[in-house]
Ligand binder design. Structure first.
Ligand code: SF4
Ligand SMILES: [Zn+2]
Length: 272
């Protein structure tokens, strides 16, 4: 199955409707560019959202690629400048957090902050029903596998091609159209379509454990990665049942939706 067929099949599984307005989180990389390109090509109503992390030349190149892509696709782009909105770049915010919470990985912190910003901003944009991200088969298989090794399979409850079971007025459901599509295939596809993309790696992606897992996973075939996710699909209903029993609450500090009394964002950083 080629990339387009796989993504079409995933969208069918998600049950995405053409009249739903979708906010695509576009990072400047190949994955989210491919998501935006395909959704637009197939006539979905999309707008772009980019967080400028303020990480020097890398962020500048990402921003330029995102602007070019949105212009080519003729879609509206919403920008969130982290320096302006939160006072400093992701590097400083993260370093400050790591002074207190030693051992927390760069991507873990960055991921929580980006997710929180995305959910809040999506709510403020009129008519947005879903957020689409560029997570691919390799990302998902790595995360699932890491959760197994950590003995914390329940952490995979928020995964899946869509967050279908979470219904809340403050939470915008997320979808992952590339959930079953391998990274290599996406790279080739984005090159074939000549999408404006930054192919270099994020300079802050220094998570030695994930890198080890990634190196191991790179020795696997696409079929084997698909099999890992097949196990995930089989187990998913049970994992989700466990989690949904915990229910969605509102953070006692910021009022945002959360699984715990204090949301992950507030556990890391207080924003007004
Ligand atoms: S690779 Fe890690 S540090 Fe870089 S933008 Fe992504 S989550 Fe943030
Ligand atoms: Zn909070």
């Amino acid at each position: 199955m080629d990339v387009e067929e796989k993504v079409k099949k995933t969208l069918k599984e998600i049950g995405l409707k053409k009249n739903e307005k979708i906010l695509v989180a576009i990072s400047g990389g190949k994955d989210s560019a491919t998501v935006a390109y395909l959704l637009k090509k197939w006539g979905y109503r999309i707008e772009g959202f980019h967080i400028d992390l303020g990480m020097g030349g890398y962020s500048e190149r990402c921003l330029a690629a995102v602007k070019k892509l949105c212009k080519q696709l003729g879609i509206r782009l919403h920008l969130y400048d982290i320096k302006k909105e939160m006072g400093s770049s992701m590097c400083y915010i993260r370093a400050e957090i790591q002074q207190e919470k030693k051992g927390l990985k760069n991507c873990a912190i960055c991921g929580v902050i980006k997710k929180s910003i995305m959910n809040k901003e999506a709510r403020s944009i009129k008519g947005i029903r879903k957020i689409a991200t560029g997570h691919n088969l390799d990302d998902e298989a790595q995360t699932f596998f890491m959760n197994i090794l950590k003995g914390s399979l329940n952490l995979s409850a928020n995964s899946g091609a869509s967050t279908k079971n979470i219904a809340d007025k403050k939470f915008t459901p997320r979808i992952k159209p590339l959930f079953y599509t391998a990274e290599n295939d996406i790279k080739k596809y984005s090159q074939k379509m000549k999408l404006p993309v930054v192919y270099e790696k994020c300079p802050c992606a220094i998570d030695s454990y994930r890198i080890q897992i990634r190196q191991f996973m790179n020795t696997l075939t696409t079929k084997e990665k698909e099999n890992i996710m097949k196990n995930f699909d089989d187990l998913f209903p049970q994992i989700q049942k466990l989690k949904s029993e915990e229910g969605l609450k509102y953070c006692e500090i910021c009022g945002e939706p959360s699984r715990n009394n204090i949301c992950k964002m507030c556990q890391l950083v207080r924003i007004k």
